[in-house]
Design a protein around this ligand. Sequence first.
Ligand code: FAD
Length: 471
Amino acid sequence: MSRRAVVIGAGLAGMLAAAALSDAGADEVVVLDRDDLPEGPGHRRGLPQGHHAHLLMPGGLDAMEELLPGVDPRGRLLAAGAHEVSLSSGLLALTSEGWLRRWRRTGPVMLTCTRPLLDWVIRTAVLEHAPVKIRKAAVTGLTGSVGRVHGVRVAVADDEHRDEELDADLVVDASGRGTRVVTWLDGLGLSGIRERTVDSGLVNASRLYRVPEGAERFPLTIVQANPFVSRPARSAMVMPVEGGRWLVSCGGSRGGEPPADPEGFLRYMLGLPDPIVGRLVSGAQPLTDVRLSRSTSNVRRYLEKAPRWPDGFVALGDALATFNPAYGHGMSVAAFGARVLGRELKGVAGELGAPGLARRVQRGAARVAEGAWSMAVSQDVLYPGVRGGTPTAADRVVSAYTRRVTRAATGSYPAASALWGVTGLRTPPARMLRPATVLAALAGSPLPPSTLPPMTPGERKVLERLDRTGV
Ligand SMILES: Cc1cc2nc3c(=O)[nH]c(=O)nc-3n(C[C@H](O)[C@H](O)[C@H](O)COP(=O)(O)OP(=O)(O)OC[C@H]3O[C@@H](n4cnc5c(N)ncnc54)[C@H](O)[C@@H]3O)c2cc1C
């Protein structure tokens, strides 16, 4: 019996799901995307967030390595110019509680590169190693019934008014933040899916610069937003990407949005609690305009709670849950969802249409999205003007405790490593409640918080040389 899987969307969730499907033995995996996909690491319409900084957290990279055995995604990304950034030693990070100390130990490592490069490397790796086909087509709906999805309806490319049907044993919706999954399910008779949106009104503003000579090894530098002062979030980051470039991103929630004009963009960075990002880039050569993104709300579709679920259909990645990008978790959660799919498929010997499989995958994918969701929402509700949520008593307790761990993390290794584990998505948020972390939080930092960035003398010289602001 031929077993065909159809994946809607050739973004990260879609390509990783295709790898999992192929690895589980699907005879045919067809990925449909409405975009023409670029031959190299180029921008495209369906991926507008590609202009903004994307951190690939250690937990997400682990999941990709499991999904692409023998492909070495980390090695391929590094060979293509991505950078490894150690969370313990390679970051200059100002938190709400002061600068994080830099340790000698390497600790967990995240990857930085442009999003177009990341997508291109992963897409190419999947296509080289698995019999996956990509076809240009816009999906307009699902076929089948509330008990079983039989395939998708796609718009015929040369005729806007005509659809054709494509049958599949399993359909994966990986069509991202703009998915129409709730409407599509409604069309099958499955209505009443609950959705929640928590929108801090965050605006992201990003610009690429040429890394100035001598600054090639300057660490990723971030001035984080402070959720504890009843003011809008305002943050800035300069991160190294391929091609000797810095990608500089500012993020501000409602009332604190960064502007798109170059002078205002620089002023915004210089006006943060520490002007370091603005000072660094003040003398650097810009390579692009400032690009804005307003697609930043947290959206959760509670598909796993539907009273019934059709066999033969799952939704993964941003189609299931999207997060405020300030936390850098969306791509990792997309990889976790694909990993759930792969593991569940192995449990049914790759039988794509196995009864109950889709529901188990949907529930598992929801579970692995939960940590990132609760971290994002419990912090976002603290910002003024947020829509879709107010802080509950539990949020206030969690945020007071997180603040305490963060304060301890400025100088205590156990507290810092708990924080990297959770924010790097290597361990669930419950790690914060392990006895060692609680003790570290109670003990606090053995050192007073540093008011100055923990730079080496060489880095200080680089900053002074680059600074054109006189701040
Ligand atoms: C400004 C910004 C910054 C971010 N920064 C980070 C970060 O630092 N770290 C991180 O991990 N995440 C970050 N994210 C989140 C990350 O971009 C998403 O979580 C990730 O792209 C989700 O992948 P996906 O494959 O689910 O969706 P997408 O990458 O959006 O892919 C969806 C695909 O589906 C296609 N498609 C859509 N509709 C259809 C249709 N009807 N038919 C056919 N094809 C269709 C699209 O063309 C696209 O190719 C950021 C997001 C934003 C907005």
